[in-house]
Design a protein around this ligand. Structure first.
Ligand SMILES: [Zn+2]
Length: 398
């Protein structure tokens, strides 16, 4: 921490002090935590910025502070100062018993930055996020870039911890993860998430300099490169072909479901497993959740001209309850509708003429379906499908 109380109850901060002033201050020990009253030690060393550390654990934020956390917090604070956003550091909210790294107002609304360098349990991140929202603050969790891990061949291996950092900050934007690297003084944006499986996600990333403003950081135009769809196809097909080989109960449930419907995994129509925006919000692999919806519309209700939207909603609730469709726990979940990817998938089906939404009914039309022809390979079918529908998929993202 950079703030403390002296023995006489005076509030002090190390932020604007010189090293010799800090050494002078050290003689005035002990110091106290302004939030829990616990005793603090003033630490001046070479590895970390001068700071106050709890002698015992602080009940408000028990995880302590690493060198990266201290310098990251200070850099993010200075970054907002330079943009005249008047940030306040280490602000304590007694009502919810939480201490925010940084509080600032942007477009007249209160936001909180939490810079996370250690993998604390996701349910703890969830608890703190919930409390901030209840107190009408919008938190933005930023992870240390080292926590992202290596992205090779555009594939990010996403953990539960990383999933939580998926945000739509500031609002209505596509999901992204914001990371910061204090030593390199750079931000990293991860975006255009296209999950292949629960853990493997095709992503794009961008390193952004410290000089960039908050406004600029969230308004970058991020076109989807053409080759992305080929990557997507290769990874998704690989996943599909390996599907029957894994001995995993949840996947077996899906395979059983396919066999009951008389469909071999490689004979799934091309309209299943389409990249749609927000699909990262669903943890179940895209081919699985889209198949459930697809077969509900076109197989289970075969012969009907239309299906009531309410029937689809009931079906979705049922498969969520049964654990066949699972959502990821993200900080996004607090701000937006997690059913967005499903809505976008329905828009796609409408764009390719398979369904038509009219008031509370979904009219179905299977005559335009791209069936996998037995003479053609899936690659050929896919290329044909992509040629015809690339624009329709892309327009979902803009
Ligand atoms: Zn404390």
């Amino acid at each position: 921490m950079f703030f403390a109380l002296t023995n006489s109850g005076k509030s002090i901060t190390l932020l604007k002090m010189t090293v010799s002033e800090i050494h002078q201050l050290k003689k005035e020990q002990p110091f106290y935590c302004p939030h829990c009253n616990g005793e603090l030690i003033l630490k001046v060393g070479s590895k970390k910025l001068p700071h106050f550390a709890h002698k015992y654990i602080c009940p408000v934020k028990p995880e302590g502070e690493t060198a990266a956390h201290l310098s990251g917090k200070k850099l993010l604070h200075d970054w907002l100062v330079a943009q005249q956003l008047q940030p306040k550091m280490e602000i304590y909210f007694p009502d919810i018993n939480q201490r925010a790294d940084i509080l600032f107002y942007w477009k007249k609304k209160p936001f909180i930055f939490e810079f996370q360098c250690s993998s604390i349990p996701v349910n703890e991140l969830e608890r703190r996020t919930k409390a901030y929202h209840q107190a009408n603050f919008t938190p933005l969790w930023i992870t240390h870039q080292d926590k992202i891990g290596k992205i090779s061949n555009h594939i990010l291996s996403i953990t539960d911890y990383l999933s939580f950092f998926i945000t739509n900050f500031p609002q209505n934007s596509e999901p992204m993860i914001l990371a910061f690297h204090p030593e390199k003084r750079q931000f990293q944006l991860i975006y255009h998430f296209m999950p292949i499986s629960t853990r493997k996600v095709l992503v794009q990333q961008m390193n952004i300099g410290y000089q960039t403003t908050l406004q600029q950081l969230f308004s970058f135009q991020k076109p989807i490169p053409q080759h992305f769809f080929q990557y997507w196809y290769i990874y998704a097909e690989k996943w599909l072909f390996h599907l029957p080989l894994y001995n995993n109960a949840r996947r077996n449930k899906f395979l059983t479901f396919l066999y009951q419907n008389n469909i071999h995994p490689t004979k799934l129509p091309m309209e299943v497993g389409v990249p749609v925006p927000y699909m990262i919000l669903i943890e179940t692999p895209p081919i699985i959740w889209q198949t459930y919806i697809f077969l509900f519309l076109f197989n289970e209700n075969r012969g009907r001209r239309y299906i009531f939207l309410k029937e689809l909603t009931n079906y979705l609730q049922k498969i969520v309850k049964e654990g066949l469709l699972r959502f990821r726990l993200t900080q996004y979940s607090f701000l937006a509708n997690k059913y967005m990817p499903i809505k976008k998938y329905l828009v796609f089906l409408e764009n390719v003429g398979l369904v038509k939404l009219k008031e509370d009914k979904l009219f179905v039309n299977t005559s335009r379906m791209t069936n996998v022809h037995y003479r053609k390979t899936r690659q050929q079918s896919f290329n044909q499908f992509l040629e015809k529908n690339r624009g329709k998929i892309l327009q979902l993202f803009y």
